[in-house]
Design a protein around this ligand. Structure first.
Ligand code: F6P
Length: 362
């Protein structure tokens, strides 16, 4: 194995809180622990397409105490432009993977740390295989759906933001005798909805993993009324479908279609069936920002240090993971293959049911 002197780092996919804390940990460990140089590649894999490649040397002078506490990523990121199926302005698609690999070569890097969710890690792995790049992965996503790790960076902060939203909605719901519907992100997994719903005292939680009937919600509201409750809190994950099975999507400027809007559908149906007054909050990208929670900063620090150690140990094509209070590493391919949605028979669903929360199916 060649000697390591200079490593690259990039953040890919949707940003989240805690990414700067990972970058900070990597730079500390690599420069102080091993005397390596660290190069930050800009805008995820997109930076590798520019000539000269968009990148900068990262050193400890950057980390004055602010970045640990700051959401976003100083390197920039992208969740568009699969290098193997890259969209051109005329609508056609081309394979630009060789250009990206050439960009990586131009930086003279001995290894790469890629911070991404399952989609980004799959792309990075394919690039690494094709270009012989020594890759170590770090899982990050507010969706918390990366397999083989109990923790992904960004989830804890998103969960905090969604729970706090319920804290803010409850008093106004009670003051106006309303049903408040909170739509949260999570892509195809209901982790944020389920955990925030439990933590924030929701009465109903709808997740894509459990089919629902509006009548079940109506029954829950009736029970609440009988107990003297004049309001209800409903959390809906963005990938929940309409009763006829359609996904609800929105078109964002400059990007393809993405989830968004199911909260309005659910609120309208609640009003139709129960006559209740409803209001909808779509939490959206607020969940990706905010000051990273201590948990996200801690895990970012653990993962960043461990990823550098993995390079020193020659443990490539692997992802850092958290399991039973230990930082371990697993094959990236296995992590991608074990996509982690909510387990309808798992402990959190059991907890929600134990609390009397309606999941729409009873
Ligand atoms: O994967 C993270 C995530 O925030 C999802 O929860 C959400 O569906 C999506 O990204 C939004 O993507 P964009 O940043 O393109 O709007």
């Amino acid at each position: 194995m060649g000697e390591i002197k200079r490593i690259g780092i990039l953040t890919s996919g949707g940003d989240c809180a805690g990414l700067n804390a990972v970058i900070r940990a990597v730079v500390h460990r690599a420069t102080e622990g091993f005397g390596w140089e660290v190069v930050g590649i800009h805008n995820g894999t997109a930076g590798l397409l520019s000539r000269p490649v968009e990148a900068e040397t990262l050193d400890l002078s950057l980390f004055t105490g602010t970045l640990l506490r700051m959401a976003g990523t100083i390197l920039g990121s992208t969740n568009r432009g699969d290098p193997f199926d890259y969209p051109l302005p005329d609508g056609s698609r081309v394979d630009r993977s060789d250009e990206m690999i050439e960009g990586f070569r131009q930086l003279g890097l001995d290894a790469l740390i890629g911070i991404g969710g399952d989609g980004s890690l799959a792309i990075l792995r394919r690039l690494a295989q094709q270009g012989g790049i020594k890759l170590v992965g770090i899982p990050k996503t507010i969706d918390n759906d990366v397999g083989l790790t109990e923790v992904s960076i960004g989830y804890a902060t998103a969960l905090w933001v969604a729970t706090e939203a319920l804290d803010h909605l409850q008093p106004t719901a009670a003051s106006h005798s309303r049903v408040m519907v909170l739509e949260v992100m999570g892509r195809d997994a209901g982790h944020i909805a389920l955990s925030a719903g439990i933590s924030g005292g929701a009465d109903v939680i709808l997740i894509p993993e459990i089919p629902y009937r509006i009548e079940a919600l109506a029954k829950k509201f009736e029970e609440l009324k009988k107990r003297g409750r004049n309001f209800a809190l409903v959390v809906v994950a963005e990938a929940v479908r309409t009763e006829s099975g359609d996904t609800v999507t929105q078109r964002g400027a400059g990007s393809g279609s993405r989830y968004g809007g199911i909260g309005h559908y659910i609120a309208d149906r609640i009003t139709e069936v129960t006559g209740a007054e409803t209001r909808v909050t779509v939490l959206g990208h607020l969940q990706r920002g905010g000051m990273p929670t201590p948990r996200d900063r801690l895990m970012a620090s653990i993962f960043g240090v461990r990823a550098v150690d993995m390079i020193a140990e020659g443990r490539f094509d692997r992802m850092v993971a958290w399991s039973s209070r230990q930082a371990i590493d697993v094959p990236i391919a296995d992590a991608i293959a074990s996509y982690q949605a909510v387990d309808p028979a798992g402990p959190l669903v059991h907890t929600a049911r134990g609390l009397g929360i309606c999941l729409g199916d009873d």
